[in-house]
Design a binder for this molecule. Structure first.
Ligand SMILES: [Zn+2]
Length: 702
């Protein structure tokens, strides 16, 4: 795979950049300040023994050729009872090597609406050498790209690695960065260096090796470990990277920065001479923002979003374990790098350019930029800390994270309060709930794919991936929360977080956490009074529908009417065996409205056109200003309710808006007497706010 020219430059680069000795490196370097982790009393337990993939990398950026030449040492310990001799590696950057890679074919060469067009510049990673440390010597080991796709490589060891055994590999490689349109690459002199080094797969006890061909919707999966990365860059570059800076030394026109990260499963960095910096802290966590100079005014809004997210996430899912977080704002022309998460570092997107008076009086939004910040930070938990397999179950990080982001907004801004909005148009608010529901799609756009399947099984042409993985998962989980109540939901999610922390959780772990914490059929929480209602949620059924079904809840009030209550008129057999007639009542022919109360009954019919079964509340309001609430288990397709002696005014399904997963609520309320019950102006502004929110959210966040 290496041409003679490349081999020559590889040898030269090794001599220059990697002053390796054969001495083995210490597993735990002596403690330095600052620590990549927070103090133990703030961060909680860290199971260091689970770190089994430690990397030492020395990398040199050449801004002219847009390349990074690097040498790496990987010390990998087999965490399973299996014995292996073939190790799979990801070569993610090769996704951008040619038009016929799996990634390019699955994406059509574009990512979240960004297509490089004529500016396309390929990227690749070329492995120059692979050696194994044996005692004090290094021996070459064979390695080869997967013939099916160059995003995978296998390394074949001369002898197997048994359970608990460690192998140390040394390798050199050149990474050519693409012009950025999909997370990683360069734009002029801005560099976002991610998915850039050959990275070992995950060996699982039950499933064996997990290493996937990289396609459009795939993200990542890796084991925890410690990283020490030396970055050799032009001296004028401002650098942001995973972990904390251990040292920085300048030598003429270049500088060397040493970064260290602990108990993470990836490492990314950015370099750009024109970054301005903005610093903040929260509970001892350093929050560093790198922004283009003309975006510096946005920093406080992003800091506020970052802090509201930290507050909610720490409260609900446990302490943030690392001591730092870096927020990267890609400059103009590098938008393709935005909205992506890496350990202790993420890229965000820009807020809309709106003058302050417009934001104050006419139009304001918390979607562009700040929601991206909340979402990408959220990945520090949902995947950074809870390191699920994003290829096999993308919903476990993207969907649960989106749920947690919306909850962070609700925790910060409240529900039904003046501050409960994501878009505000001339005083009309689009609340967080409406935003959640809106993201599910409308009418023909409702997704039809099940949530729980590998990311590569969502064809780009169908377009369901985001609506299902992010929005449907989030709306389903928030529906469950509204049913069982926040206290119960919080306990179950905390149980999940405890088992997922520094581990590789799956969708089954989520279900088990809920069932073990709440029981198989937790009661539905009644509105307001903290009491429970007679309804219960069948958790196994709920999660099964959520993960494997394709339907949505959809309820409709089909009939709201008044009728004469049937009496006993007609012939009945008497005790002596003869038929005796009871006459019709005097008012038999009266209009039903004119009948006395004891001669009428109200009829309400609710149907369930949607496939998704879920218990639902039905509110029936009467002309005498009383109301009754009935819980329906929602298992059949329809329910008929009658109310003797009562005159119904209207019926409303799900009046407390618990079923956030129901995309269409327009038919959830029906009045007995037709008439206008909506105010046209708020309805118009609401539609406008929805439309704007939809535009603003297009293409946001990974
Ligand atoms: Zn995401």
């Amino acid at each position: 795979m290496s041409t003679p020219r490349v081999l020559l430059s590889a040898a030269a680069a090794c001599a220059l950049v990697f002053p390796w000795t054969n001495a083995s490196r210490a597993k735990s370097p002596p403690p330095t300040e600052p620590d990549p982790l927070r103090p133990s009393d703030a961060r909680g337990e860290v199971p260091f023994e689970r770190g089994n993939a430690d990397y030492w990398i020395e990398a040199r950026l050449d801004p002219e050729s847009k390349t990074v030449v690097a040498g790496a040492t990987l010390r990998w310990t087999n965490p399973t009872g299996r014995t292996v001799s073939v190790l799979p590696f990801h070569l993610y950057m090769n996704a951008f090597r040619a038009e016929d890679t799996a990634w390019m074919r699955s994406s059509g060469g574009s990512h979240r609406g960004i297509t490089p067009g004529k500016e396309l510049d390929w990227g690749y990673v070329d492995v120059w050498s692979m050696q194994r440390a044996v005692g004090d010597t290094l021996e070459d080991v064979p390695y080869a790209e997967d013939p099916a796709d160059p995003t995978l490589m296998t390394v074949t060891l001369p002898e197997p690695v048994g359970p608990g055994r460690t192998v140390e590999l040394r390798y050199t490689f050149e990474t050519k960065l693409p012009r950025v349109f999909a997370r990683t690459g360069y734009a002029d002199d801005f560099f976002m260096v991610a998915q850039w080094f050959p990275k070992i797969g995950v060996l699982e006890e039950a499933g064996g090796w997990k290493a996937h061909v990289f396609t459009l919707n795939d993200e990542f999966y890796a084991d925890f470990g410690d990283y020490e990365v030396t970055l050799d860059v032009p001296a004028e570059m401002v650098v942001g990277a995973s972990g904390v800076r251990v040292s920085e030394t300048t030598d003429g026109s270049r500088k060397r920065i040493v970064q260290r990260a602990k108990m993470v499963h990836d490492f990314a960095w950015t370099a750009y001479a024109d970054f301005a910096e903005h610093e903040g802290t929260y509970e001892g966590i350093r929050i560093r923002q790198l922004l283009p100079e003309d975006r510096l005014d946005d920093a406080p809004a992003h800091l506020e979003a970052q802090i509201l997210a930290l507050r909610s996430f720490e409260d609900r899912y446990g302490p943030y374990p690392w001591s730092t977080i870096t927020i990267v704002h890609p400059p103009k022309g590098a938008g393709g790098a935005g909205g992506m998460e890496y350990p202790t570092l993420y890229t965000t997107s820009n807020r809309l350019d709106l003058p302050a008076f417009v934001r104050r009086h006419l139009f304001d939004e918390r979607v562009a930029g700040t929601f991206t910040t909340v979402h990408e930070f959220g990945h520090q938990y949902f995947q950074g800390l809870f390191a699920s397999n994003e290829h096999e179950q993308a919903w476990v990080d993207e969907g649960l994270n989106t749920m947690a982001d919306l909850l962070a907004y609700e925790d910060a801004y409240g529900r039904g309060t003046e501050d409960d909005w994501v878009v505000r148009v001339v005083g009309h608010r689009l609340p967080i709930d409406a935003f959640t529901r809106l993201s599910l799609g409308r009418r023909g756009g409702i997704p039809v794919s099940p949530i729980d399947r590998p990311a590569s099984h969502f064809p780009a042409e169908v377009g369901d991936y985001a609506a299902v993985t992010y929005s449907k998962t989030a709306a389903a989980m928030l529906t469950l929360r509204r049913l069982v109540g926040d206290d119960a939901f919080r306990k179950a999610m905390a149980a999940y977080a405890a088992r997922a922390r520094f581990a590789h959780p799956t969708g089954d772990d989520l279900v088990h956490a809920f069932v073990e914490t709440l029981g198989a059929h937790p009661p539905v929480e009644s509105a307001g009074d903290g009491d429970t209602s007679p309804a219960t949620v069948d958790l196994a059924d709920f999660f099964d529908q959520m993960r494997h079904g394709t339907g949505f809840p959809d309820f409709r009030v089909r009939r709201v009417s008044l009728r004469r209550a049937l009496g006993t008129a007609g012939y009945h057999r008497s005790e002596d065996g003869t038929l005796v007639e009871t006459p019709l009542p005097e008012d038999f022919d009266e209009k039903v409205d004119d009948l006395p109360d004891d001669a009428i009954e109200s009829v309400v019919v609710v149907t369930r056109p949607g496939e998704f079964r879920v218990p639902v509340e039905i509110l029936v309001a009467f002309e005498d200003d009383t109301a009754e609430t009935v819980w329906w288990d929602g298992r059949e397709r329809s329910v008929v309710l009658t109310f003797a002696g009562k005159r119904v005014r209207y019926a409303a399904v799900d009046p407390a808006h618990r079923i956030l997963l129901e995309p269409d609520r327009l038919d959830n309320t029906r009045y007995r007497r037709p008439g206008s019950h909506t105010d046209a102006v708020p309805a118009f502004l609401g539609a406008l706010a929805e439309g704007i929110a939809l535009l603003v959210t297009v293409g946001v966040a990974s």
